[in-house]
Design a protein around this ligand. Structure first.
Ligand code: PFF
Length: 455
């Protein structure tokens, strides 16, 4: 195994891991997806369930994933393979790595299309086209974009090339600057937006909508959506965090590190929500349950109305693209690492192959917003179907497998050693949650949520 160790040099410090993991976790899931699914599910109750899922299920599973990655020190599929064979376990458990690679590619296919929307907005805003625009004007511009498959494919291609390009060069380089400099900048812009929302939007109503739980508005399928999104937003269940764990220095504390990443990730999502909803409620024409277009309609109205809106708005969509880009890199990396380790690919061809596959699949998402919008399967368009399959089935399922594998199958000594557990209370608490809370809770939400979705 020593040769694999060499191909996975540990990152210099815990902070490098924190930055990379935050780069992976903070992305479209926080800024685009969280606000719109919270809006679709009636706000407060959904947010509460989502926060509970992050704390009780997401964080423990994340600790387990990072731990598996660090003790395996290989790509997720092979890490699982060596852990299972070393422990004499059934090959079934290798499936965790596989399911993850497939889920990563499926997610990347639509992620790239949505990141393309953000890219397409940069020239629109930078040229002042949205200055002083009404809700209707922004809506028209957005509809014009969605109704034009060629433009969508163009921006989808630009984003995919950016992703494939950087993964080809090597993940550790380039990513550092993006996360160290640009993420804090994104944070600053969110603060500016929050101040604007506070002064110009209906802040009280936005706050009430997001934080006052109204459980009658939340269905069981909504609970499953909250669970799935807690895994999505923390980049769990796909091997992404496992792959990054492989680079983590042996003496860094996994538990503390994961808490830091989870905290920032949740903070960014809540800030995005609190920037968006006061604007939504201050303008009659925007429906909080508008769906995927919510971010792209609400914030441009604000940029069009604020001093310096061209600069702030342009910069905002540049930074959203970069946040999406550092997440997309981690979506493709597990598959790339596996192709290199076991199939003799080089980085370039591995990327081209997987990026190409995700690009082709992404065309389905492009068309589901225009020419294929009436083609539905089980009431879902192609985009909705891929999102459903990944976020609400594959991620919770892999999360469940990871919890069962680490909690019940793998010898406790492995996690104790990796987590410097000894007899510490923190380790015992985590192990207890992973054994007794995660598996039954994920199973119940998955089964009941799926039943509610289809029956
Ligand atoms: N966590 C990312 C987001 O919230 O946008 C999405 C993501 C990245 C999911 C990487 C999964 C993953 F492996």
């Amino acid at each position: 195994m020593s040769s694999e160790v060499k191909s996975f040099p540990a990152w210099h410090s815990r902070w490098t891991f924190i930055l990379a993991a935050t780069g992976s976790a903070v992305g479209l899931g926080n800024i685009w997806k969280f606000p719109y699914i919270a809006g679709e599910n009636g706000g407060g109750a959904f947010v509460l369930v989502y926060l509970a899922c992050i704390l009780l299920l997401g964080i423990p599973v994340m600790v387990a994933e990072v731990m598996l990655g660090r003790s395996g020190r290989q790509s997720p599929i092979n890490a699982m393979r060596s852990l299972t064979s070393a422990a004499g376990l059934h090959g079934f458990w290798n499936g965790i790595g596989w399911l993850g690679v497939v889920a990563g590619l499926l997610i990347l296919s639509y992620y790239s299309v949505i990141a393309g929307w953000a890219l397409a907005y940069i020239p629109e805003i930078a040229t002042g086209r949205l200055q002083g625009e009404s809700v209707q004007g922004v809506q028209e511009l957005f509809n014009g974009l969605l109704q034009n498959p060629r433009r969508l494919v163009f921006w989808h291609s630009v984003f995919m090339l950016m992703t494939v390009g950087v993964v080809t060069v090597g993940v550790t380089r380039g990513l550092g600057v993006a996360v160290r400099v640009l993420m804090p900048l994104l944070f600053v812009l969110l603060v500016i937006l929050l101040i604007f929302s506070y002064r110009q939007g209906d802040f009280a109503r936005g706050f009430y909508f997001l934080f006052s739980p109204n459980f009658s508005a939340l269905s069981l399928r909504g609970v499953l959506e909250a669970l799935g999104h807690s895994f999505f937003t923390l980049s769990l269940g796909m091997g992404a965090i496992m792959a990054y764990g492989a680079y983590m220095p042996a003496d860094a504390s996994i538990g503390k590190t994961v808490l830091v990443v989870g905290f920032f990730d949740t903070l960014v999502a809540l800030m995005a929500g609190m920037a968006i909803f006061p604007i939504v409620f201050a303008h009659g024409g925007i429906d909080p349950a508008a769906g995927p277009e919510l971010l792209f309609i609400s914030l441009p109205v604000a940029f069009g109305a604020m001093p310096g809106g061209i600069l702030i708005g342009g910069l905002f969509f540049i930074l959203v693209t970069i946040a999406a880009w550092s997440s997309a890199i981690s979506l493709i990396e597990p598959g790339v690492a596996w192709l290199i380790e076991t199939r003799g690919f080089n980085r370039f061809t591995a990327n081209l192959l997987l990026g190409g596959m995700a690009w082709v699949l992404g065309l389905g998402t492009v068309l589901s917003f225009n020419e294929w919008d009436q083609y539905k399967f089980a009431g879902m368009t192609f985009f909705e179907g891929v999102d459903f399959l990944t976020s609400r089935i594959m991620l919770p399922l892999t999360g469940l497998f990871i919890a069962v594998f680490v909690g019940w199958i793998l010898a406790p000594a492995v996690s104790k050693k990796e987590l410097n557990g000894g007899h510490s209370r923190a380790w015992s608490f985590w192990y207890w949650v992973l054994r007794y809370i995660c598996p039954p809770a994920i199973t119940v939400v998955l089964v009941v949520g799926l039943y509610d979705s289809f029956v």
